[in-house]
Design a binder for this molecule. Structure first.
Ligand code: ADP
Ligand code: ZN
Length: 524
């Protein structure tokens, strides 16, 4: 089929300026748009806030026919449609519960060229009658938003996404496909490419680095609530988001902060839709400084001047963390992303995975993701670099995350590391990290007696607390000297890198945090 472009006189730059009021494209946008206009299927992987929507909105206005946008969330669609309407573009949304008598007029308007974009849920596309009706339209482009939901390797798999390709394929107009996501590891990218028929050369991946965000990990503060209150008070003029992992914690933290005189709102999935949208709007319009929320908050929020995102409890995986932390600094101004780390949170997540009735393969994947976030909070390397590498890219050290700033306090811990690694070798991969830690510090627990721990050469070889021993083991895992294997019972093993340390071919260095240093100097 031959497509006449509406704009013989239109080009993407003109539309960008006249319709959206922007003067230039952001990185990646133009490339994606050009490929689409040449009717090539494209995967666009761009960080949150990079401007993914424009990549299909501009071609939608240039194409003769209609653009379908597949999106998982109805609330997200509403926001998009409202902002399109502000720019004078008519768009509509259809989900699986929209009544047939509402569907027909929308499709008629699309047929008449009065509606250029239709947002639909994947469930709607799966409906036979809807597919039949779509064949009366000339669908030029299908944009698949949150495309990582198609992959079981991702962190947010949605079964309805599996049927998208079949749905697109059933359309007579053979539309171009644009898949969009902010979080896709190389495995997820390949999976999306395979399922939606997108060749690798059309993967447009802009840098994952967020140079205006300073990342920070705070290990087990004595009083998390107090830490957060002080943090907010140190940033009195800045808007921020505090994420925590349960509704109850949202409520107790909100109360605490309000009592400290902080202007704060709460947001979680237990609140009704109206209440939630009121709070979201109030935050958007700076009616209060800080919002305390579960991860229900965020998809589709477009507040550009969020200056800090603090995780009061650790995120479950790097993908979610980066997406949530990435809501800071969407306007490009300097911002901070702080993760407060409590080992207990991660134990709890492990327990949830263990107790869930997901299949073994899925659980295994969740454990791997949990291990990656455990590594993040324990790594001594640049935090920005760690995340970017996780997504299969690279970047230089950022120079401003809590690890980069700690550069001066690098300590050689090779001798201690050798003791840990040697003990793990002695234990022959039969135990988890807590038993290894007990053994290292010479615990007198019953378990130690049961396994006759004192027979091992490196039993009681480190004069540190058991908690510090666990932290050291975590650090050695995060740095690749040790590794975790096994699902239900995660056991510690030595890696090749660890062998190099035992053989004296490599040294191990660790950044000592200011708190640890203070403790040390008290002890001396
Ligand atoms: P994403 O979906 O990638 O998270 P959005 O599409 O919501 O990001 O865009 C984020 C913000 O950036 C929006 O406010 C959008 O209007 C704005 N934006 C997108 N492209 C440009 C551009 N070329 N110039 C200026 N602002 C842009
Ligand atoms: Zn850094």
């Amino acid at each position: 089929m031959f497509h006449i472009k509406l704009g013989k006189f239109m080009n993407p730059e003109k539309i960008l300026k006249q319709t959206f009021g922007y003067s230039s494209f952001r990185p990646g946008q133009k490339k994606v748009i050009d490929l689409i206009l040449n009717r090539k299927n494209v995967l666009a992987v761009m960080p949150t806030g990079a401007g993914k929507s424009l990549c299909y909105q501009v071609p939608a206005l240039m194409n003769e026919g209609v653009t379908l946008v597949i999106s998982p969330l109805i609330s997200l669609m509403k926001d998009q449609i409202d902002s399109l309407k502000q720019n004078g573009i008519n768009a509509a949304a259809l989900n699986s519960t929209t009544l047939q008598e509402e569907v027909n007029p929308i499709l008629r308007q699309a047929y008449e060229g009065k509606i250029k974009l239709i947002y639909i849920t994947p469930e709607r596309l799966a409906m036979d009658y809807f597919r039949y009706q779509l064949n009366f339209l000339d669908v030029d482009l299908v944009a698949v938003d949150e495309a990582h939901c198609i992959s079981q390797w991702g962190h947010d798999f949605r079964p309805a996404y599996r049927q998208i390709f079949e749905g697109i394929n059933s359309l007579k107009s053979k539309p171009t496909i644009l898949a969009l996501t902010a979080t896709a590891t190389p495995a997820v990218q390949d999976d999306i490419g395979q399922q939606l028929n997108i060749p690798q050369e059309n993967f447009i991946i802009t840098s994952f680095a967020r140079p205006n965000i300073s990342f920070k990990v705070v290990n087990s503060p004595q009083n998390t609530h107090l830490y957060i209150a002080q943090y907010i008070k140190a940033h009195p003029d800045d808007a921020g988001i505090i994420y925590t992992n349960t509704r109850k914690k949202v409520e107790s933290l909100t109360d605490y902060l309000a009592k400290k005189g902080i202007s704060v709102g709460a947001y979680h999935g237990g609140m009704d839709a109206k209440e939630r949208s009121q709070i979201q709007e109030a935050f958007q319009f700076d009616e209060f400084q800080v919002i305390v929320a579960t991860n229900a908050f965020g998809m589709g929020i477009d507040k550009s001047n969020v200056r800090f995102v603090v995780h009061a409890s650790s995120a479950r995986n790097i993908e979610s963390y980066y997406q949530e932390a990435g809501r800071a600094g969407r306007d490009g101004e300097e911002s901070e992303a702080v993760m407060i780390y409590h080992p207990g949170d991660l134990h709890q997540y492990r327990y949830f995975i263990e107790e869930s009735d997901a299949d073994q393969k899925y659980k295994e994947l969740q454990y791997q993701k949990l291990q990656a976030i455990t590594d993040y909070v324990n790594t001594g390397e640049c935090l920005q670099q760690f995340i970017v590498r996780y997504f299969g890219q690279d970047c230089p050290p950022c120079g401003k995350c809590s690890n980069c700033l700690n550069q001066g306090d690098l300590k050689d811990i090779t001798t201690d590391a050798q003791k840990v690694i040697a003990l793990v070798y002695e234990l022959d991969g039969r135990f988890g990290k807590n038993i290894v830690a007990q053994c290292l510090v010479g615990s007198t627990s019953q378990r130690m007696q049961e396994i006759h721990a004192d027979q091992y050469e490196h039993f009681n070889s480190l004069k540190i607390s058991q908690k510090e021993a666990v932290s050291l083991i975590d650090y050695l895992i995060a740095s690749g000297y040790l590794k975790i294997e096994g699902i239900k019972y995660p056991l510690v093993h030595v890696t090749n890198r660890g062998w190099d340390v035992l053989d004296g071919k490599a040294t191990v260095k660790r950044r000592i945090s200011k708190i640890q240093k203070r403790k040390q100097s008290f002890a001396q």
